[in-house]
Design a protein around this ligand. Structure first.
Ligand SMILES: [Mg+2]
Length: 206
């Protein structure tokens, strides 16, 4: 199976970290459960200037490295790779975050997993040629059987794959969104994601 896995709020608890950062930086208390929008600007009620400061602070290497792992994430990915699934982490983090992101993966026993930065949210002001930044054209040449994603803003990147099964990691900001089609399923944790992929790949290759 070819599997797309998003990074933030799938592999790690990014929003919880931003929630703590908002208290430290601006004295704003928006607990994780109250983050109703994927756009941090809206959820934390920030103007553009404060949003820039907030994003810069949240992408400092030491902050990226400190993100807590979402329980079961690295174990599931290691198991997938061990049984021969082709796993690609496709993150919307800016290319400048590649190194600490890669280090986070390595420190969590995911040295063997591929990771690419895809400009999902228009946050990169420039495109730099390297082997981890994925141009949209190249992304659209890739195919996947499964995707693990939390952001409704990223669902458009799956429109070209009508058979793709999208496992939506349950988060407060995706609870009210409408799924584009019946191939989308809400998953509460990595155990349910692991079980779905295991049982369906077993049914295909008994
Ligand atoms: Mg995400």
């Amino acid at each position: 199976m070819k599997i797309y896995v998003d990074f933030d709020d799938c592999l790690c608890e990014t929003a919880r970290s931003f929630s703590e950062l908002a208290v430290e930086m601006f004295g704003k208390h928006v607990p994780y459960e109250k983050i109703r929008y994927f756009e941090l600007k809206k959820s934390f009620e920030l103007d553009d200037e404060h949003l820039d400061l907030f994003m810069a602070a949240g992408h400092r290497p030491e902050v990226l490295l400190s993100y807590e792992e979402t329980p079961g994430a690295s174990e599931t990915l290691r198991e997938w790779i061990a049984v021969g699934h082709d796993v690609s982490i496709i993150t919307g983090r800016p290319f400048s975050s590649y190194e600490p992101s890669r280090l986070w993966l390595d420190r969590h026993g995911l040295e063997n997993v591929k990771m690419y930065c895809l400009n999902k949210y228009g946050r990169d002001g420039f495109i730099k040629k390297n082997d981890f930044s994925l141009e949209l054209d190249d992304y659209y040449k890739m195919t996947f059987d499964y995707a693990v994603e939390d952001s409704p803003k990223a669902f458009k990147f799956f429109d070209h794959l009508p058979d793709l099964k999208v496992l939506v990691f349950d988060r407060p900001w995706n609870r009210e969104c409408e799924f584009p089609n019946g191939n989308y399923r809400r998953c509460l944790d990595w155990k349910s994601i692991r079980d779905i992929v295991a049982s369906e790949s077993e049914a295909l290759n008994p």
